[in-house]
Design a protein around this ligand. Structure first.
Ligand code: RIB
Ligand code: CA
Length: 315
């Protein structure tokens, strides 16, 4: 029985691979996608998401437009994101019927979870603005979410600042609300995604699949490798880059891809230098109960195998 999933995305290049993996996997029923400001503006993240489903021949997957700015702060991130993502993805304009659904993403999340059987896994892979707003607007949805699998966070090192990972950093107040919502949370941080890299050789294998998803994934992986090699090279791994969001989707399909610790995790929302840091209490110094299954490692060969297997499929 496939797992029902909703993806909340700030589609950029790795979100796109995550969307294709979720849409094409026989182990996932992709209920829909909600878009949020993040890697680029909401206009582009929404257009990119529509282009992805249109390109792989799945225009029927519903897409809902979400919030265009963080809940409290006004930070936006350009520069690094542009080199790794760009604004418009390198995909054709929509021509197979992919259509933006009417209504706001936050309202759709609320309606969908209230009407659900409590069986839809929520997978945010961008800033957590939509998710936090949905919880604040209608707290009753929390008990209807069986698990939240978040791409975000970092313990060893950040990528937006020395302390913080981008998704959490862009809207730390939203992240704090979600992390403390009381439901089962699996966090797929940089500590895991930086240990599951995809290489130029893997991109060639993706292209050789001869499928729309394989071609697009190859394009996006090569752009990511160019961007990472230029802005934040992976230690000892030139010619390879993380595809963060797709690892979160693969973790829903096969949880054994991650190594996790169940620990107390919270988000810094006040400090100047460590704003947006996921504070990981591995030694339980806070006296708080564990609330997050925090991934500290990932199985890179399994990740690449799963991408090749799933993106070799067609709609
Ligand atoms: O830090 C990596 C995360 O930030 C990924 O989700 C990427 O798409 C960006 O949103
Ligand atoms: Ca993302």
């Amino acid at each position: 029985m496939p797992t029902k999933v909703i993806l909340d995305v700030d589609t950029g290049t790795d979100d796109a691979v995550a969307l294709m993996t979720a849409a094409l996997s026989p182990d996932i029923e992709l209920v829909g996608a909600t878009t949020v400001n993040g890697n680029t503006t909401i206009d582009y993240t929404t257009e990119n998401t529509l282009r992805v489903f249109d390109w792989i021949g799945m225009p029927q997957v519903p897409v809902y437009r979400g919030l265009d700015r963080p809940i409290v702060r006004s930070q936006v991130a350009r520069g690094m994101a542009t080199r790794i993502h760009g604004d418009l993805l390198d995909l054709p304009e929509v021509s197979h019927g992919a259509t933006l659904q009417p209504g706001h993403a936050v309202d759709w999340l609320i309606e969908t979870y209230l009407a659900s059987d409590g069986d839809i896994v929520l997978c945010p892979v961008g800033p957590l603005t939509n998710i936090a707003m949905a919880i604040q607007k209608e707290p009753r949805i929390v008990d209807a979410i069986p698990e939240i699998v978040i791409m975000g966070g970092a313990h060893d090192h950040g990528n937006m600042t020395a302390s913080a990972e981008f998704n959490i950093w862009l809207d730390p107040e939203a992240a704090r609300i979600v992390v403390n919502c009381g439901r089962p949370i699996r966090m797929v941080p940089l500590d895991a995604t930086h240990r599951a890299l995809v290489s130029t050789e893997d991109a060639a294998r993706l292209r050789a699949l001869g499928t729309p998803a394989g071609e697009a994934a190859a394009r996006f992986v090569l752009k990511r490798i160019d961007g990472y090699d230029a802005t934040q090279p992976m230690p000892h791994r030139p010619g390879a880059a993380p595809v963060h969001d797709a690892l979160a989707v693969c973790a829903i399909i096969d949880p054994t891809i991650l190594t996790t610790d169940f620990i107390p995790v919270d988000v810094e929302v006040h400090a100047e230098l460590s704003l947006g840091r996921t504070v990981c209490d591995f030694r339980f110094r806070s006296g708080k109960p564990a609330n997050v299954h925090f991934a500290t490692d990932a199985d890179e060969p399994k990740f690449v195998r799963m991408l090749l297997e799933i993106l070799g499929r067609t709609a």
